[in-house]
Design a protein around this ligand. Structure first.
Ligand SMILES: Cc1cc2nc3c(=O)[nH]c(=O)nc-3n(C[C@H](O)[C@H](O)[C@H](O)COP(=O)(O)O)c2cc1C
Length: 202
């Protein structure tokens, strides 16, 4: 089949987010200048540069109690910082609970029973036992075409790696099995790993 997105796809569900898969999940923690804590998952998320290390996530649609966006973007606009917490398979239910359409004064760390720790370089909480946390300083927020679509870019200025995830000097994903987002209500977790040498590598 072929379709022009502007004309609709004719399927029971939009296939778009099943096409670009698997996607990593950035579990974004923020703290507003009023002290309100927030935690929510974003799978329009990725790393985008090595030096300096940079990440991005995209927020789509708005919450009724926020000015044209969601809590995460609103807090980041407010404070200029955020933390990305990587999601392991064991945390899938807690992660999912934090994605609810909770009012802005709901602290999702508390709601989902997630232990928090203070970040080292920014005024923000992080998920204490996540395999990795990336402490980020906002570089830019881009408004994308469409209603309430924003891409948030940040420079990573502090990195936490959980000690048991480092095996022989390698951050070994098989120790925690990253959760990945597929389409619809589907997820997967990384268990099988293989290596490929690039052309010219010995
Ligand atoms: C696995 C997963 C991935 C998600 N990815 C996104 C995303 O990339 N962009 C987005 O706007 N919402 C995404 N959502 C929905 C948000 O998590 C949800 O709207 C949440 O309430 C936003 O919280 P906030 O207002 O506290 O930022 C995702 C939800 C789940 C469960």
């Amino acid at each position: 089949m072929f379709y022009h997105p502007k004309d609709g796809h004719g399927l029971p569900h939009n296939p778009f987010n099943a096409i670009v898969t698997p996607r990593p999940i950035g579990w974004i923690s923020t703290r507003g200048s009023d002290g309100q804590e927030n935690l929510a998952p974003y799978s329009f998320f990725n790393a985008v540069a090595y030096v300096p290390p940079q990440v991005m996530f995209a927020s789509t649609s708005a919450k009724p109690d926020r000015d044209g966006t969601k809590d995460s973007v609103a807090n980041i606009r407010d404070t200029g910082v955020f933390c990305v917490n990587m999601v392991e398979y064991a945390m899938r239910d807690a992660m999912n609970l934090t994605s609810g359409p909770w009012p802005r004064d709901v602290d999702e760390f508390t709601k989902a029973g997630i232990t928090r720790a203070e970040c080292d370089t920014i005024a923000c909480s992080r998920v204490a036992n996540a395999p990795a946390n990336l402490e980020c300083r906002l570089t830019q927020i881009l408004q994308l075409p469409g209603e309430a679509n924003f891409a948030v870019f940040g420079e990573v200025i502090g990195v936490h790696l959980r000690d048991d995830c480092i095996i022989d000097g390698i951050f070994d994903v098989t120790t925690f099995q990253p959760l990945t987002r597929l389409g619809y209500r589907d997820y997967s977790h990384v268990r099988d790993v293989f290596s490929l040498k690039r052309p010219g590598e010995s």
